[in-house]
Design a binder for this molecule. Structure first.
Ligand code: GLN
Length: 197
């Protein structure tokens, strides 16, 4: 059983823990570097990326996170978590840092202030339509060569799901809809990654 952490600095941690357990993982909250050492993969939840960045510095876990990602730890970031996994961001606050790992530019609050949140069907990784919930969501502005686009909005054709090797990111929140397919996809990625090592 893969041991998967959920970064528990801020955001909807509990929902990801239960979605991961539904998908067959041993899921644990991760707040401190010592807890990060205990997991083989990590989910970075939705929430607020500026707060998450500041708390990551306070808890002295930002550098350990960068190191684990560099070493190839599988990770999945949803919404604010997608921002945290982006190598470059637009619309961040002054000095805002990310963990990085995915060669992409992510635009914060991209769908516009007037549309705080909305739901839309998107095609995910060739697995059919998925009901996606967007909450002050980012979109992916551009991606590098090694990034695979897994999902786009039907309206507007915006990139909202990507993968680069062991790293997965979505603009939306599958942990809020009770549709387990994205978490199942990630747990399968982690299983394969473990077998290949
Ligand atoms: N707008 C938030 C941010 O910049 C992300 C919103 C979310 O995670 N639901 O971090």
């Amino acid at each position: 059983v893969p041991v998967i952490g959920v970064l528990a600095l801020q955001g909807d941690v509990r929902e990801h823990l239960s979605a991961l357990r539904e998908a067959g993982a041993d899921a644990r909250a991760v707040r401190r570097p010592a807890e990060l050492d205990e997991v083989g993969a990590l989910v970075i939840p939705g929430g607020e990326s500026t707060t998450m960045w500041k708390l990551a510095e306070t808890f002295e876990i930002l550098e350990p996170l960068r190191l684990r990602i560099k070493e190839g730890m599988p990770a999945y970031g949803s919404c604010a978590g997608m921002i945290m996994l982006a190598d470059r961001i637009e619309g961040g606050v002054t000095g805002q840092q990310t963990i990085g790992g995915i060669d992409m530019v992510v635009r914060r609050n991209a769908f516009g202030r007037q549309v705080d949140s909305f739901e839309s069907d998107i095609e995910f990784a060739g697995r059919g339509d998925l009901r996606a919930v967007f909450i002050r969501a980012p979109w992916v502005e551009s991606v590098g060569d090694r990034v695979e686009v897994l999902g786009r909005t039907h309206a507007g054709d915006r990139i909202v799901a990507v993968r680069q090797g062991p790293l997965l990111a979505t603009s939306f929140h599958p942990e809020l809809t009770g549709d387990g397919r994205v978490h199942a996809y990630f747990v399968e990625m982690v299983r394969r990654d473990t077998r290949e090592r």
